[in-house]
Ligand binder design. Structure first.
Ligand code: HEM
Length: 445
């Protein structure tokens, strides 16, 4: 497999950590769609080819586990939840959790998303003119509020602000671990570790308490937690243990908010710098909604809104890195893959391949006109992964983000930031030091 020698890699080592996207693009441009480098004793194989992606994520997925630093770091919070679980345990959980994400259930998502969006709009309207808003931080809080309500019908921002803070603290810690590639055990009494463990304990205790309360009251609830509590295995009739439910709840809390927030933040940035696209989006939502907040049903009549969101996911896929470990030997595009090799697939790189995308660097929502969610671009468009481990929340994310996008665009637009934000590839893609923009409210409606 082509790739840099340890000596060629030496001057690049810093950039693996500080600019991983540039590093992966460099690997692809210099060594082609399958390349290899050595990280300590482990061979790392970068795949930038749709057939290779299909092979690992779908055709031979059983040979590839989530036994990687990326998922071990996340598992500190999510335990044995769906995102980090592997093998038969994963399949059982996936079957039990799937009904909670059925289309019919997601159609009620507007009842959560719209009030949260409306209260944010009201708050922003009271700000002085030209006041700079950190859109990145605001989207994080908005999506956390939404996922909290969807999970356990609690408004984390109002009823449990300490849980909001605890969630953000735990996530910051994971970002720090991923960024510094640290393997320091969390139990060492360092200040950062202590703060993290305290926050995680607060969260876990709160979630466990909610689960026990529901079991005690025999009121399971209609939210995601309610669905997890009543899920039963078709064959054995068994449900999830409290521990498993807790891990799934923590997983949804973590996987279900920063990703959507990142996608929205980049969408707002792209719209602010492409006024002609922003105008067309406004025309669509204004014509269809006539000043009213959107409902989930309206989304069918807002195809351009979907195209804009999908195209933003292409340019800035929040989950920019997917990793796997090869358990047995394998062959990919004629190259032999040794057992133990770490496979790295980057949606960011795949979405910018010149062989598969025309003018890949440009923001052109119309490229998804015939397929507003991009599902037909399988393996060249993988913001939600692919194969059996495709994101369970992909429809949830689409509905939530498009409702927010339509609802907010109808009422306001953002002025572009003076400088293009630097993209930080952390757990998701985030603008370095936030995205500070001012709001222009639309007065006509
Ligand atoms: C898995 C991306 C929103 C829950 C994944 C994977 C990706 C992804 C790429 C596959 C990872 C892999 O194969 O290694 C995204 C993006 C989102 C988003 C870009 C938003 C724009 C959500 C939401 C939820 C969620 C809203 C839950 C409410 C999960 C879970 C998994 C997952 C539980 C693991 C599924 C499994 O392995 O069975 N996501 N996600 N995600 N996502 Fe999402």
């Amino acid at each position: 497999i082509p790739g840099p020698t340890n000596l060629t890699l030496l001057p690049k080592i810093g950039s693996i950590q500080s600019k991983p996207l540039d590093f992966l693009l460099w690997l692809y441009q210099t060594y082609g769609p399958v390349s290899r480098f050595q990280a300590f004793n482990t061979p790392v194989i970068h795949l930038a080819d749709p057939e290779a992606v299909k092979h690992v994520l779908q055709e031979n997925h059983r040979n590839y586990s989530k036994d990687t630093i990326q998922y071990h770091s996340l598992a500190i919070i999510t335990g044995n939840g769906l995102l980090t679980n592997d093998g038969t345990g994963w399949l059982r959980q996936r079957r039990l959790a799937q009904p909670a994400f059925a289309r019919g259930r997601l159609s009620h998502l507007d009842q959560i998303v719209i009030p949260s969006t409306q209260s944010l709009l009201t708050r922003w309207r009271q700000l002085p003119e030209a006041h700079l808003i950190d859109v990145d931080a605001e989207m994080m809080r908005l999506t956390l509020e939404i996922v909290g309500k969807a999970l356990f019908s609690i408004d984390l921002s109002k009823d449990a602000p300490h849980l909001t803070e605890a969630t953000l603290t735990t996530l910051d810690y994971i970002v720090y671990r991923v960024k510094t590639l640290t393997l320091i055990p969390t139990y060492l009494p360092l200040p950062r570790n202590r703060a993290f463990r305290k926050a995680l304990k607060t969260l876990e205790e709160a979630v466990s308490q909610i689960i026990q309360q529901r079991r005690k009251d025999k009121v399971l609830g209609e939210d995601l937690l309610g669905m997890f509590l009543r899920a039963r295995d078709e064959e054995s009739g068994e449900g999830m243990s409290d521990r498993q439910i807790r891990d799934e709840v923590m997983t949804m809390l973590i996987a279900g908010h920063e990703t959507v927030a990142s996608a929205l933040t980049w969408t707002w940035y792209l719209l602010s710098t492409h006024p002609e696209i922003e105008n067309r989006l406004f025309e669509e939502v204004h014509t269809v909604l006539k000043g009213n907040p959107p409902s989930t049903k309206d989304l069918e009549n807002l195809p351009y809104t979907a195209q804009v969101f999908t195209e933003a996911l292409r340019l800035y896929p929040p989950a920019w890195l997917i990793t796997r470990k090869a358990m047995g030997e394998d062959e990919i595009l004629g190259y032999s893959i040794p057992p133990g090799a770490v496979i790295v697939i980057s949606p960011y790189v795949i979405h910018r391949l010149k062989e598969h995308w025309e003018n890949p660097e440009a923001f052109i929502p119309e490229r998804f006109a015939r397929d507003p969610e991009g599902t037909s671009h399988r393996f060249t468009f993988i913001p939600f992964g692919a194969g059996p481990r495709l994101c369970i929340g992909n429809q949830f994310a689409h509905i939530e983000a498009r409702l927010i996008l339509a609802g907010m665009t109808q009422k306001l637009r953002f002025t572009p930031p003076p400088k293009a934000p630097v993209v930080d590839a952390l757990v998701t893609l985030r603008p370095r030091n936030g995205l500070h923009m001012s709001v222009v409210h639309r007065s006509s409606n």
